[in-house]
Design a protein around this ligand. Structure first.
Ligand code: HBI
Ligand code: FE
Length: 285
């Protein structure tokens, strides 16, 4: 069944992690990735992320056993990780989040794919996403996102909600007393984007604004041209459903914004010089 057309019932996608089936090579791949990321993330990711890794006990030993990790996750925020084969349809995904279940691919990339994969694997999904789910405010934001997704599907606003996920959960930055830090899992699970997102002169870095983000196209196949910056690690957008429905109505009159474009109303923290993307073909969703 493919992710675009399959059943909306999440139970159709849940599988056993198959922890006993991982090979020594699989565990070695995790260790290589985890060790490299932990080092490069020091001082670049929000402290809560590194705390989450430690409290979950997911580090450099190898691929975590979801049964063990879930005891800690349940105790902290009443969330759990469930194994799925890969991307699942939007509605099934939202239903899981609304029920405080985070779907994670159980497979791990092959050694020759160490730096690039097209579909999320267990390293991206668990190392990248789960540490922050140990934080109560983030845990609630993700549940609210799932609930908003179910409403967005009815109201024809799925693409707007997907942009919010993209620019916060996957590629968000946050301003903290220690400076600009990473919160997004897509950044935190990629060594090259960890450095690019914070240090490259190329991308724009713009203060987060919900309506602005919901109008903004994104790149799925390369580093982002614009990153949005939350005002603090706990400043997750409020997803009040009545307000979202109104906002979606208002946005129908507004044009989409290209990934690299700035707007007059933007609070620009860094205006990118665009040097990285200048030579690249355009592709945005
Ligand atoms: N499925 N397994 C999985 N992981 C995701 O992150 C995911 C998904 N299905 C849909 C989806 N993400 C997004 O398109 C939604 O946030 C809109
Ligand atoms: Fe992800």
């Amino acid at each position: 069944m493919n992710a675009a057309t399959g059943s909306d019932d999440p139970r159709d996608y849940l599988v056993d992690q198959g922890f006993e089936n991982y090979t020594p090579t699989d565990h070695a791949t995790w260790r290589t990735l985890a060790k490299r990321q932990r080092e490069i993330l020091q001082g670049r990711v929000v402290d809560a992320f590194l705390e989450g890794l430690d409290r979950l006990g997911i580090g450099e030993e190898g691929i975590p056993d979801f049964r063990v990790m879930n005891q800690r996750l349940r105790a902290a925020t009443d969330w759990e990780v469930v194994a799925v084969p890969g991307l699942i349809p939007d509605l099934a995904f939202f239903r899981l989040l609304a029920d405080r279940k985070f779907p994670a691919g159980f497979w791990i990339r092959k050694p020759e794919q160490i730096d690039y994969i097209e579909e999320p694997d267990v390293f991206h999904d668990v190392f990248g996403h789960v540490p922050l789910i140990m934080q109560p405010l983030y845990a609630d934001y993700l549940e609210a996102y799932g609930k908003a997704g179910l409403v967005a599907a009815e109201k024809g606003a799925l693409k707007r909600l997907a942009r919010l996920y993209w620019y916060t959960v996957e590629f968000g930055l946050a301003q903290t007393p220690q400076g600009l830090r990473i919160v997004g899992a897509g950044i935190a699970s990629s060594p090259s984007e960890t450095v690019f997102a914070l240090e490259s002169p190329s991308p724009n870095r713009v203060a987060f604004d919900l309506a602005r983000v919901m109008r903004t196209l994104y790149r799925i196949d390369d580093f982002q041209e614009t990153y949005f910056v939350l005002d603090g690690v706990e400043a997750w957008p409020s997803l009040d459903l009545d307000r979202l429905i109104l906002l979606w109505q208002e946005l129908e009159a507004e044009a989409d914004i290209e990934p690299g474009d700035l707007q007059p109303v933007d609070k620009v923290l860094t205006k990118g010089d665009g040097s990285y993307h200048r030579t690249k073909p355009k592709s945005a969703a």
